[in-house]
Write a new protein. Sequence first.
Length: 431
Amino acid sequence: MVVLQLQQHSLISNGVSRYPFATPPFQRPRNLSFQAQAIPSRTQRIMESLSVNGEVGGAGGAYSYSALKRLDQLWASICSAHTVVQEPQQVVSSVPGLFCHSDLADKEVESFDVLVCGGTLGIFIATALCSKGLRVGIVERNVLKGREQEWNISRKELLELVEVGILAEDEIERATAASFNPNRCGFEGKGEIWVDDILNLGVSPVKLIEIVKTRFNSLGGIIFEGCSMSSICIYGDAAVLKLADGKILSSHLVIDAMGNFSPVVKQIRGGRKPDGVCLVVGSCCRGFMDNSSSDVIFSSSSVKMVGGSKVQYFWEAFPAGSGHKDRTTYMFTYVDPQPGCPRLEELLEDYWDLMPTYQGVSLDELEILRVIFGIFPTYCDSPLPASFNRVLQFGDASGIQSPVSFGGFGSLTRHLGRLTTGMPLPNIPVA
């Protein structure tokens, strides 16, 4: 909505009328000056009233209104594209010959068995490989730390981290902020099913990543924080990373853990538009009196028009570990990216209307702690096959994901054991 404020030239000068008549003579209207001022949306007012701590890397690590607008701009560019969103930068290139004979060899800072690009989730596979006696480094463009918003997962899935040797069972307890049962699944008019031990733990990413980071460092791993990967050159004997600050690192293998929007994945897919996208919005609020169970998936309404698209909203809700009345609720939907798709801010406007009814509480009774949002692209040709020698995709970058848990941490735990034992290290055959 736009408010137009009109300003007309004054008929009074120094307190004296410019016309001695009661009614000024008819005159052609002078030019009017217009000032257009947009009224902030409810979402903007809410988000700008919140105190946002330092944002971190990884999905869900940003909470500010400016971050929401940036993501909406990216989403709009995806929707408006025909087939290619943007011609991707050529990050990975093959270079004939051996690195040890190249001019860059003298500039090499350090060499590794494995380099992991993207540390928020990459720290887990990096630590698993480091525990096998490999020399492992992590390149992370931000400070390597977890987000405030909890990860929801089952204990069975967390025990996968114990089995690969990167966590002890007592450390699971230290990182677990909330535990709850039972958990509801339900669809409009189709009844409800209650289950136990499904996504029933709230794990603190801040605590968990700090525990694993300490383990990684104690095993001799090296973290390059605040460093962006600029390019990867593939030689016959090594993969060579050039960092934005000019550092040169070499490795037998590079693991791309940079998520859905990895520049390497963009190059592999040729910047192609995703086939589908999951849009997610939500919040963590304080003030829920009935807060002992969760919703794994719930839908209380049928298809509706939002923007130029038909959408059906689904919900998740979990008790949060920050307080006994704190609860996280997510609203998500699946769309084909095309012109007219709703923006995340539009979904949030619906969310503020629908969430109180869904949870049986008034929004005025809640203290909003943080607002959550994200987009999760999907492709028909997934998982993504390896496209370069010595470069492998991991986690969301690989396209291994679930339509309910979206990938991320939950997907990682299910595949970590298989991936760490299946990598041919350190003697990687050259194709």
